[in-house]
Every structure is written in C-alpha cells, then in structure tokens.
Design a protein around this ligand. Structure first.
Ligand code: PGA
Length: 247
C-alpha cells in the first residue's frame, strides 16, 4: 500500500516572525491524521527555523529546488548536500515555475533529481502540461518527455522512493483544477512508466472543497499544495481529506 503524502509548497512566502504560528498549527493538526505523511517545503532561508520547530515531530521538512551541481562556483545556488544538512527529506525538482520562469530544461531537471537522490533525500519530480499542450492533445507526450529525461538518467528503480507530482500548469494558482477523472487519467498513464509503489501526487488548486474527490482516485496518492498550504485550517482540512480516503 502506498502511504499518502500531502506536501505544502510555500513558494516565495513566509517570514521569520510569521512562520512559527503556521508551523505550530500544522504540527498540532498533522499529528491527528493517521496514515498520511505531511511535509512542508519552505524557502531556503527558513529551513533552519522550520527544522527547529519540526524537531521530534512527524512532519517532514522539504525544499523547493536544488542545484544539479555538487559544489563550486555557482553564485546564488544551493546544493542538495546543504539541504540534507538541514534535515530535508523532500526536495521539489522541476516545478513548472522553475521550468517556465527560470528556463529549467528536462536535462537540468534530471540532473537536479539525481543530485537530490545522491544526497540521500527524496526528489518530488513535478511534471505537467500547459493549457496549449492540453488543447493540442499533447498532455501525455509532454509528461512522458519530462519523466523520460529523469528515467534515462536515474532509472526506473529510483522511483521506489522518489515521488512524482502531476501539476497541470493551467491549474496552478488559477483556481481551476483538473477534474478527478482528468487527474486519474494522467496519473494512470504516469504509473505505467514508474512503479506500482511510486507515490504520484496531484497539484494545482487543491482546496478543502475538492481534495476528497481528487484523493479518491485510484492513482492519486496525495497532493502538492500551494496557496492552501499557507492557511493552516485549509492545509489541515486537505490532510484530513487524504486520511479519509478509502483503500
Ligand atoms: P496551487 O499551487 O495549489 O496554489 O495551485 C500548487 C503548486 O504550484 O505546487
């Protein structure tokens, strides 16, 4: 059985003064949700603070990006080993905002994925099509291309631990979400390329009101949550929806 995972992607939000209240609320609520792993992926400068606050709890710490390089003259970059130093368990790689706004290509994302694995952490590989690609009937081709670049470098076996997040670009931060059926269709397609035990998350405008129907799908093993992860009550309601899922 695949353990469900609900991960918050804080993106570029948070503050030293404001983070403790959100993290304390998540800690308190997450402890009550049996059978669901909870993680928060915070901005780099808050890793130390979040690690301290999460110490001794079941809530996992994650980051949102890592360099594909181990070390060296890469001004402004953060290596996977540095993230491991702070106790990160998860690292997002290839989020669509990284691909679209910072020009990360499939090969670079594959390098980041391998670097995260090599540092002993779990990569969360984000894949997803734009609206243009969906309308052109290229959803499967797009996510296959994104996934295959990683498979070519790290192999299928890497997905015994690595996580995939299907995030249709048109659903991120737009309030428009894939229908449960649309999500399931892509998840089932992705599942054929990874392993039966690989956790495949759905992301893109997951909210308390739509989480349960999405998580009820056979190949949806949890969620990657953006905006709703910044509101403790919403994030906890989404966790509770994952916990209610029937096997
Ligand atoms: P959203 O973001 O939940 O705000 O749509 C999801 C993500 O980008 O990971």
């Amino acid at each position: 059985m695949r353990e469900r995972l609900v991960a918050g992607n804080w993106k570029m939000h948070g503050s030293l003064a404001g983070n403790p209240a959100l993290i304390e609320a998540i800690k308190a609520g997450a402890a009550r949700q049996a059978g669901v792993e909870c993680a928060i992926c915070v901005p780099f400068p808050y890793l130390a603070q979040a690690a301290g606050l999460l110490q001794g709890t079941e809530v996992a710490l994650g980051a949102q990006n890592a360099s594909e390089h181990a070390q060296g003259a890469f001004t402004g970059e953060v290596s996977a080993a540095m993230l491991a130093d702070f106790g990160c368990r998860y690292v997002l790689v290839g989020h669509s905002e990284r691909r679209q706004l910072y020009g990360e290509g499939d090969g670079q994302v594959a390098g980041k994925f391998a670097a995260v694995l090599a540092a002993g952490m779990t990569p969360v590989l984000c894949v997803g099509e734009t609206l243009e690609e969906r309308d052109a009937g290229r959803t499967e081709a797009t996510v296959a291309r994104q996934l295959d670049a990683v498979l070519a470098k790290s192999g299928r076996g890497a997905f015994a631990t690595a996580v995939v997040a299907y995030e249709p670009v048109w659903a991120i931060g737009t309030g428009r979400t894939a229908s449960p059926g649309e999500a399931q269709a892509v998840h089932a397609f992705l599942r054929q390329r990874v392993l039966a035990e690989t956790r495949i998350l759905y992301g893109g405008s997951v909210k308390p009101g739509n989480a349960e129907a999405l998580f009820a799908q056979r190949d949806v093993d949890g969620g990657l949550i953006g905006g709703a992860a910044l509101v403790a009550a919403d994030f906890l309601a989404i966790l509770a929806a994952a916990a209610r899922r029937k096997e």
